[in-house]
Design a protein around this ligand. Structure first.
Ligand code: ARG
Length: 582
């Protein structure tokens, strides 16, 4: 059990010694540090239970606290708030324990298997800013949940199955009609065919085909037909589609690599295709499909609905499978192949209705047991300064690569040429840019929109990625310089700042719990900023390396090491890499 939780348990015991009893006794961090480090507000509650004056109860508790010896500056305020401060000795002991604990005193949870669906890049289309948040939030949530003891399987769930693919293959056919893929008499092995199309071509082909299909009904019809052929594994079309997926996947992987995002599984919507027949059978057997204008749908409306809940489109009249149905098939696939306790979807909040439909349709036929969680972890958008989803200057969708480049333009100027050798500068500028972008993305509560502002994100001061990197690197450098000293114990404090740092360190397990429960990283990004800025205040106030009181100096360096380790842990959870120098 973490020290902070243990402290609460001890408090409960202390209260019990007075003869009073209460289920939850909670030591609150004090909002008035001049009065104490913690506040215990339970006397008021106990007064109601025992029909006594709360101040009398508070006095009884204070008496036991005094006898204990580990608490000091005990005083009662107002109707019975007890202000509590830990003695320096006790606080130092607790911090020493954290230093000695290799896992930084984190509480692990009972094991649970979670499939986390995030990323959601679409094949043959460039990754765009809309995919950024899914990648950042998803990766960080995955790392957080793993750190707290869950088994998490991240799946990229590539968009590789719907009409966009039909369009791309159609347009390739129009441009290169002589390719063997379209020659029905070709009997050879398609893997021997050299295809010169690159990812860059695909990025041009898809928007072209998509626009054309909006004006040209015949073209759209042809694309639908090809989509059907691909979905039914028709020789040639299916093989070309596979090739397109492969080309595109390589490029997608590169961008995710840059973002420090790694998936355990690289499955796509198409991988669930083999479950479509079984899925259809389940729905048919349970009479869950309804005919509607030639299409098949699943009714998912409930009586209590306050807003419209259209039926889920299961199969279109032309026989093609919808986005909804691939998601249902994927649930079936995950159940059969992975059997998770929960499936989380880290996807734009604007897909809320889609997931509500899918979850309801899944529950309707019990695709998974009732106790298996299906959860949409939605997020807000990254907007431009005009408050609308961020676009390129000409109103198009900004690719993720270009977006990163915009931030890099700013971070490049912040790299110190005296510390970073020339050959490394570009790499460091990119790492700092990614840190800037990621930290800014994870700073607000996930559901909140925020504004893309590269200058602000890359600032070396304030709540930014670069500030945290810079400070963490400096801690490391200090620790290196003091590495000959035998650190490991905190026996002394000089100022209140150090104690504030210590109290903040104690709170770490609570922050991690809260972040995982809310499925949002904002508590962590706020916490790491708070811890770091407190540390920097302490750093500015003292001359650590020349301090003559050796015990104090060792205590300071031990404290530095804990803060450094916490920063490294949290930056790793946020999937932010720390360069050696910047
Ligand atoms: N490819 C989709 C898109 O770009 C996101 C996929 C999200 N995951 C899912 N299981 N539906 O909108």
């Amino acid at each position: 059990m973490s020290i902070i939780k243990d402290l609460n348990k001890n408090m409960k015991k202390i209260v019990e010694k007075t003869g009073y009893q209460e289920e939850n006794v909670i030591l609150q961090p004090s909002g008035r540090r001049d009065l104490g480090q913690f506040q215990l507000n339970d006397a008021m509650n106990l007064a109601k239970i025992y029909k006594k004056n709360p101040r009398i109860i508070a006095q009884d508790i204070v008496k036991v606290l005094e006898e204990d010896g580990r608490f000091t500056n005990l005083n009662i305020a107002g109707p019975g708030f007890i202000n509590i401060t830990l003695t320096d000795e006790y606080l130092g002991e607790l911090l020493t324990k954290i230093y000695e604990d290799k896992s930084l005193n984190i509480d692990k949870r009972p094991k649970k298997k979670v499939v986390l669906d995030y990323g959601g890049a679409n094949v043959a289309k460039a990754l765009h800013v809309g995919h950024l948040r899914s990648a950042n939030i998803g990766e960080a949530l995955k790392r957080l949940a793993k750190a707290l003891g869950y088994e998490v399987i991240g799946d990229a769930h590539l968009g590789d199955y719907g009409r966009p693919l039909g369009l791309v293959v159609l347009e390739i056919k129009k441009r290169y009609p002589n390719l063997a893929y379209f020659d029905t008499s070709y009997k050879g092995d398609y893997s021997e065919i050299k295809l010169t199309i690159t990812n860059k071509d695909l990025e041009e082909i898809y928007p072209f085909a998509s626009n054309k299909s909006k004006e040209d009904e015949e073209y759209l019809e042809e694309a639908r037909d090809i989509t059907y052929k691909i979905q039914n594994h028709e020789r040639g079309y299916y093989d070309l589609w596979k090739k397109v997926v492969e080309i595109s996947k390589n490029d997608i992987k590169q961008v995710y690599d840059k973002l420090n995002v790694n998936f355990e599984l690289w499955l796509g919507e198409s991988d669930a295709a083999e479950y479509i027949d079984e899925l259809t059978e389940i729905y048919e057997q349970q009479n869950a499909l309804t005919e509607s204008e030639g299409a098949q749908v699943v009714e998912v409306k409930e009586e209590t609905d306050k807003s419209p809940m259209p039926p889920l489109l299961f199969k279109r009249s032309n026989g093609t499978i919808s986005y909804e149905t691939t998601d249902l098939a994927t649930i079936l696939q995950r159940k059969k192949e992975l059997n998770p306790d929960e499936i989380w979807y880290c996807v734009d909040a604007r897909q809320g209705l889609h997931f509500e439909q899918v979850f309801r349709a899944a529950r309707k036929v019990k695709l998974v047991d009732d106790n298996v969680g299906l959860e949409h972890i939605g997020f807000g958008t990254m907007n431009g300064k005009d408050g609308k989803p961020f676009k390129t200057r000409d109103g198009g969708v900004m690719s993720l690569k270009n977006l990163i480049a915009l931030v890099e333009e700013v971070t490049r100027k912040k790299i110190n040429p005296d510390t970073v050798e020339e050959s490394k500068r570009e790499e460091v500028a990119e790492e700092v840019a990614i840190a800037a972008l990621k930290y800014a993305d994870l700073l607000p509560y996930r559901g909140t929109d925020y504004i893309f502002d590269p200058e602000k994100f890359a600032d070396l001061e304030g709540k930014t990625g670069p500030y945290l990197l810079y400070s963490t690197i400096r801690m490391k450098s200090l620790l290196d310089k003091g590495s000959t000293l035998n650190i490991g114990k905190i026996t002394q404090f000089k100022t209140e700042t150090e104690k504030d740092i210590a109290l903040t360190i104690l709170r770490l397990p609570i922050v991690l719990d809260k972040a995982l429960d809310s499925r949002s990283l904002n508590d962590i990004t706020e916490y790491i900023y708070k811890l770091t800025s407190l540390y920097n205040k302490f750093y500015a106030e003292n001359r650590i390396l020349t301090e003559e009181n050796k015990e104090l100096q060792k205590s300071w360096l031990t404290l530095t090491k804990i803060v450094y380790d916490i920063n490294m842990l949290l930056l790793d959870i946020l999937a932010i890499k720390v360069p050696e120098k910047m």
